[in-house]
Design a protein. Sequence first.
Length: 527
Amino acid sequence: METLQRMANRGSISTGFDIDNSVKLEPDNSESIQRSHSDIGTPTDQKLVTISFWIKRTELLASGDHKIFEGVAGANKTWISWNNDRIKFKSDFSNPQNLITTRLFRDTAAWYHICIAMDTSQGTAANRVKIYINGVQETAFDTETYPNQNNNSYFFESSMSHYIGGASGGGAGYWADFYLIDGQQKAATDFGEFDEDSGIWKPKAYSGTFGDEGYHIDFGDSSALGADVSGNSNNFGTLTNVAAADQATDTPTNNFCTLNPLSYDVPYTASEGNTKWSKSDTTYGMASGTHYVGAGKWYWEVKATDFNTYSSCRFGIIDAAKPTVDAGEHGYEDPSLAATNPEILAMSGAPNAWYMNSNSTITNNGALSSVDYTFNEGDILAIALDMDNGGFWFGNSRYEGIANGSFWVAPGGTTTSGSVATTDPTNGNYALVGNGGGTNSGTPNFNGGTITGGSLLTAGFTLVTPLIGAYHSNTTVTLEVNFGGFTSYAEDGGYSDANGYGNFAYAVPSGFYSLCSKNIAEFGGSG
């Protein structure tokens, strides 16, 4: 069942019900959404309450409590938290509950559904608090203390305020479809269901009542992210360090790629919902994505936010056959790409030079040095990947007005002349690697090793995910990636793919799509 739960949270099946938005929160900025105690009235029943929400972790934080949801009344609190990668539910009032699961929850690519349902009038202690994760009730706990019979739930004490994300900022991630049901002990099946064909847990619309102090926060209004849509108007009116830009389209019904902090033992800092990457040591550092694709055509963007003095940045793909990258690796396959050893393919470069290997050469009927191509701090870089035909393109948003708003680098051309230089992935021609289903004259040559037939597929790349990285020298390097579900950098393009998914600074090439679970399910990849 654990495998099925993990798959379900990745949103890889049709649900028949869509959650459109989530909110990104993280402790770095002490971000939280508050319903003040002055707005909370008398509950329907102090002994019965149900909390249900979906959450996607983006950072595995240090030991201790990292709050997901918290009620605070002076010095006393009731909270749900990540506790050493376990789920913890505790109050510090008199005769409280303290439950910490045995199971760990460390998947940063997954959406977890958490449902905690209380009825303290129950005679059997274990029935007073029920914790469900992805539709399955937890029965194994490292710590297992239930409240006394007929205790309050401790969610509606005098002067208590409610905080999504914790009063001081807690666990980092995305929150979606947040419910509090006042006066009822619900089951997880009121909020989700197992898919008939796969047995996978998926969300569904809630059709019950809410009680006087119940609410449903769907994060659908970017101008009022704490708005209650239950009809009760029990709004979360105080947003601390949370703005409209923190709304995301990464949800349990359409799970977008982010960076994966579990991939590498390399010192870097992930923030902004795992879309912002920084490092400040003097080693090579890499970060890869959470979603792998083996088919289809894909598009994403990376902003070179801050690089100042540095040796190089890297942007490209890594194959699933290579699960880790050491700190000393440069981010390209050296000496050659071969079907027997598919690992990494990444553009590398400084502002005045681009290359794909250690001797700075790439040829495909012409040398890359013949392309007058630079990038500056603050540029948004465009990447297109065709896993149907094995093509790979790279572009820069600064070259506006050319090829869908981006200049796509191609061997043998210049920024000012030649059809090669002004091509883009739409027509499939003149990819940096492969022919993209179009025409390239020449076989790519990387540091003396060729890709037979000029294709990523013939080179042995079968299941890949995006890769970014950099080498630092005397300053911090910061890269911000946009896979379509959320980005921390401001952009005004508003472009989506042909299915309406994603929000990009520049037009998505025709036939290419953002890396999200609905697109992956449609176009034959594997997330």
